[in-house]
Design a protein around this ligand. Structure first.
Ligand code: AMP
Ligand code: MG
Length: 347
């Protein structure tokens, strides 16, 4: 199959919608990461997503809607909190898990009795959803286990020849996947941190349980609420080691150990500390949105045969840094060292 590259012109969006209606796969831009979209109501089309990504079939997809008015079409027993959150954050980087109606195929929900829904903040993709007249099921448009894609070039790299088309909407603004909140239990539960921060959600909802999977490691055989949480994720071929601690202590720790095949992933402010080691910066520590926007592109740039180990600097604190830390820890397989104490794997 030849993968067509489409623009965001109306004519190309119509082409993309036609491909979706015909059961095809299209790479779509969103404000978080690129999605690998198919008609979410067509089990055969959805099956192709899992095949193209090499994704385990019990890992469900997110249904992308044109607007909140479509929630009752695919969800039932919708709590007030869902309307509150959709009203405030949609279109935007917030996914809600709600009880599913039986018109949504099991392939989309991974066999669960719940479904994840979101409305992406990207005019081109919302227009494709409107023109197609169906909700678009989409996970991130990367090979399973690899860092997510934040440009059309990334999608082409992972999916060339495997999907019908890619709509190039430029680089993604947020850069990490949506926040997922489960509203099916007695208390809202954060399953994945993202562009909408835990602090904001807790303030609005009054209470929020942070699922253990957000901060800790999950065993492969564990039963988890968001099946995606248990799989290896966001990982380049190289081993990633997070080095915590002050800038100076971390630079000392890394410089003492750096050998051939090693790479440094750090904040822009730290570049001078790693002169001579060809450091890669993924954003500015002082401006956390630049870290989320740049993380996956930087991890991808280091996903090369000659890089065997990546020493990575990870931001601390709340806000979107919670999401950046979550992705980086997963890509590191939770290997973290404190440069000041020398302790490994403190979480
Ligand atoms: P991706 O954005 O590629 O990570 O894929 C969608 C994410 O949404 C995965 O992490 C899924 O586990 C999660 N997800 C989708 N549907 C549900 C659901 N019904 N309950 C919990 N998590 C879900
Ligand atoms: Mg993904």
């Amino acid at each position: 199959m030849t993968t067509q590259l489409l623009t965001t012109s109306q004519q190309d969006l119509e082409k993309a919608a036609e491909l979706i209606k015909a059961g095809g796969l299209v790479g779509i831009p969103t404000e978080t990461v690129y999605g690998l979209g198919a008609n979410g109501l067509d089990p055969e089309a959805v099956k192709k997503i899992f095949e193209a990504k090499g994704r385990p079939s019990d890992n469900p997809l997110i249904l992308h809607l044109h607007g909140a008015f479509q929630i009752p079409d695919y969800c039932r027993d919708i709590p007030d909190a869902a309307w509150l959150l959709a009203g405030l954050y949609w279109p935007g980087p917030l996914t809600m898990v709600l009880p599913v109606r039986d018109n949504v195929p099991k392939r989309t929900t991974g066999g669960l009795d719940t479904v994840a829904v979101r409305c992406p903040d990207n005019d081109a993709t919302r227009e494709i959803i409107r023109l197609a007249g169906v909700p678009i099921a989409a996970p991130s448009a990367n090979l399973s286990g690899k860092p997510s894609t934040t440009t059309a070039e990334h999608v082409l790299h992972d999916m060339d020849g495997k999907i019908d088309a890619i709509v190039d909407g430029g680089p993604c603004r947020v850069g990490v996947e949506s926040t997922i909140v489960d509203l099916t239990g007695p208390v809202p539960r954060l399953l994945r941190p993202g562009g909408i921060t835990p602090e904001e959600l807790e303030e609005l909802l009054g209470q929020l349980v942070i699922d253990r999977a957000v901060t800790g490691e999950i065993a492969a055989d564990a039963v988890v609420r968001a099946p995606g949480m248990k799989y290896k994720h966001y990982a380049p071929a190289a081993e990633v080691l997070i080095v915590d601690g002050s800038r100076e202590a971390a630079a000392r720790y890394i410089r003492e150990r750096f050998t051939g095949g090693d790479a440094v992933l750090c904040f822009e402010e730290e570049l001078p500390l790693y002169q001579g080691l060809s450091p890669v910066a993924y954003g500015r520590e002082a401006e956390p949105i630049t870290l989320s926007a740049g993380l996956f592109a930087a991890l991808r740039s280091l996903d090369r045969g000659d890089v065997k180990r990546i020493f990575a600097r990870c931001p601390v604190g709340g806000g979107i840094n919670v999401a950046v830390r979550n992705r980086l820890r997963k890509s590191a397989g939770f290997r973290i060292v404190n440069a000041e104490s020398g302790d490994e794997n403190e979480k």
